[in-house]
Design a protein around this ligand. Structure first.
Ligand SMILES: [Zn+2]
Ligand SMILES: [Zn+2]
Length: 242
């Protein structure tokens, strides 16, 4: 894997001499700082970044007069302490996340990882990054786990090690096709913790691509918490209803 990465870097270096970098999303414009880890200006302007002080529960926009956003106020308490997100899940950001998740556009992990790293406060407080796992059947169908790719990039920018701490022990229906209550029962008992003794008393950063109802993240955070860890979450985009 390491040798493969070095080879990739070498190839990219030689290509960059002849071909200027292109935005990994549109493939047309040069990236903002000519780096493969950033989008171009047009793509960035099509994405709605979370601005100001974020909702501590979901990392999204506050959208109101309370400390917590209306979507989170309507939910029961979450099994994590705080959350980080880059975008609202809409417009350009939703297009980019769907391409990353379903369109095999794995190069998008790079700008996502870099932007997400910029939101994390005191990275040194986290002992590890924990990606939400895919069941192996889904992994074979898709060819990659987008949360792991995101985690590798986030790890590269923050220095927090990535650990595949969670294991999917049961395949589940696609959450995207289910209602909120169905999502909770669908995901219940779908994961287990590898070597739980290693995270006892540690603060970990659980990551996924999108948070909609948050039931997958809640199930993962709950079993990590049961193993004695303190959990924060980080996502690329948060889907909010207002
Ligand atoms: Zn672009
Ligand atoms: Zn919220």
């Amino acid at each position: 894997m390491k040798a493969h990465r070095s080879l990739q870097r070498l190839v990219r270096f030689f290509l960059s001499i002849f071909l200027p970098e292109r935005c990994p999303l549109c493939g047309e414009e040069p990236p903002m700082d000519d780096s493969p880890d950033m989008f171009c200006k047009n793509c960035l302007m099509s994405m709605q970044f979370i601005h100001g002080k974020p909702c501590p529960v979901c990392g999204g926009d506050i959208n109101g007069i309370f400390d917590t956003c209306p979507d989170c106020l309507a939910e029961p308490a979450r099994p994590w302490k705080r959350a980080y997100a880059i975008f609202r899940y809409k417009e350009g950001a939703a297009v980019a996340v769907r391409k990353f998740k379903y369109g095999k556009e794995v190069a998008l992990a790079r700008p996502f990882g870099r932007l997400l790293a910029g939101t994390i406060e005191h990275p040194e407080q986290y002992s590890e990054i924990v990606p939400v796992p895919l069941h192996w059947i889904r992994f074979i169908q898709r060819g990659y786990n987008q949360s792991v790719l995101l985690g590798e990039e986030l790890s590269r920018w923050t220095g927090i090690p990535l650990k595949r701490r969670l294991k999917r022990i049961r395949n589940t229906k696609h959450q995207a096709f289910l209602e909120k209550e169905e999502r909770k029962t669908n995901i219940k008992g779908a994961f287990s913790v590898r070597k739980p003794e290693q995270i006892k008393g540690k603060r970990v950063l659980l990551i996924d691509d999108v948070m909609t109802t948050g039931s997958t993240l809640a199930e993962c955070a709950e079993i990590l918490t049961n193993a004695g860890a303190i959990v924060d979450i980080a996502i690329i985009a948060r889907r909010q209803t207002r």
